[in-house]
Design a protein around this ligand. Sequence first.
Ligand SMILES: Nc1ncnc2c1ncn2[C@@H]1O[C@@H]2COP(=O)(O)O[C@H]2[C@H]1O
Length: 524
Amino acid sequence: MSSLFLVGGVTLDPFQDVIDTRFPNLFDRVVVLDDIEQLLLHLYRERVGVKYTTSVSGPDTTNNTTNTIKPSSFETGVALIVHRPTGPYKDLNPILQRFFPCFNAIALTESQVRDDSIVMSMLTNLQRFVHICRNRIARMSYWMYEEEPFGSLYMMIRHLRFAQQLNQQATTIPRAIRSIDFASLLGVTPEMESRLWNSLDTWSFQAHSLQTKELVYCGFLLLRHCAVSGKLSVQNNKLLLLLFTLESSYHQANRFHNFRHAVDVMQAAWQLAKRLLTDPLQILLVTLAALGHDVGHPGANNQLLCKYNSPVALHYNQRSVLENLHTDIFTSLLSDYWPQLISRTSQGRQHMELISEAIMATDMAFHGDYVRQLQESEQTVDDPRSLSSLILKAADISNVTRPLIISAQWAALITFEFDDCALIDRYQASGGKHDSGVGGDRRNSLDKSKNSLELEHGIGFSDEFQCTSPEQLTDSFPTIPAGQIFFIDTFAEQFFAEFCKAFPKVSFLVENVRSNREFWVSRS
Ligand SMILES: Nc1ncnc2c1ncn2[C@@H]1O[C@@H]2COP(=O)(O)O[C@H]2[C@H]1O
């Protein structure tokens, strides 16, 4: 869905004719908002799936409707924001890039839209972007390989460059953002808090049964718990803002590598860390590293980024490209929101080194090194930093150690993401021609029927994931078992066998892997 936001009294008049005559289908809706504060609240609420009423008009909406757009709409469509420059908000684009990094959003002032040349070039560009955004494979390819210097669509290289530039300068949080009460925006109640805390304190954590707003709060509850245990003072609202910005820094449109995966890995890392580490600060650091470990992930892999010379692959000399990207973007976020934790003191540097090493450990290119480390550890890994890296690596692939009904959902999603990778490879090999047999979000798989099945099971980028049984999943998607058996036999069983030999307290990990494997064999 693509939106036109009119903020602070701006009307359509200056460019109504151009839109009606030249770009009639560009925007699905027009949203009218009183001021910048209302705009920011609107973006946050829609992104995390908080339903509320505002003035929206358009072909498929009526005025004062309750907003029910998909939170991933800010990635699968574009948003043009036209506003009156007021006070510190002369140019909104730096705010959009800093607080909503994965959004395809661009802002123009009312005077800019009175200039026909600016309007025509902007609307022509947006028309092209909308066409790209509607096709998952074309969209992901744009994210990975484009390098338009002033493009308004999301690009990985733009995300990285903005994060690096932010890291170089001390910047305050704008008042319009600071004034938001994020807990009340989420509609937190004592019931919600205790229900979410209970869901976190078990290995049967069901990330797929949670909505985005609940995942955001789960991240907050875990970080606040760990910070308090580590005797670190945190401001709740600032910590929640970190969670909101992190959520906006992951692609909800990704099948597997999205914020839901990040919170799942965070919960797994915390569960392992509180069993295997003693220092509360170390537990906080590895739990925090888990939350940020895939930030900015495009839903593809290092091989594809390197094969077609993605700008980020060239930036990192084709080495651990994604892991380096996640580390750099996350460092920038932490220096923005939690500077005292990773301050430029020697202790702060040690904290950042632990977080970086743990994130780099999730690169499967070094999987064998960690298996050998466990084999040679003679039952003990006593260096907390090495142990933190092992914990995050274990948490990153822990979906195969979850109870079967949970593991099967992750298995389906990673299988679909692997399918996307094959389609991107084919799309790039064809020179990025849009007519290379890949369609929109609902039709992009080679097997058209698969996408209707995905939606039938609620699988994909929808916010609410309807749980479906492992048997139904393997009946609908018969390629899943073979992929799971391969991953377990090639990587997971040996790693968790060695991990549990070194740490018998968590033997349930390898036991679950082995029992899940029996199911996949029975369905292959
Ligand atoms: N259930 C699974 N089935 C197959 N591959 C998996 C599974 N879980 C994790 N992986 C792979 O393990 C990798 C760990 O690092 P990444 O998250 O980059 O990408 C992940 C996938 O490629």
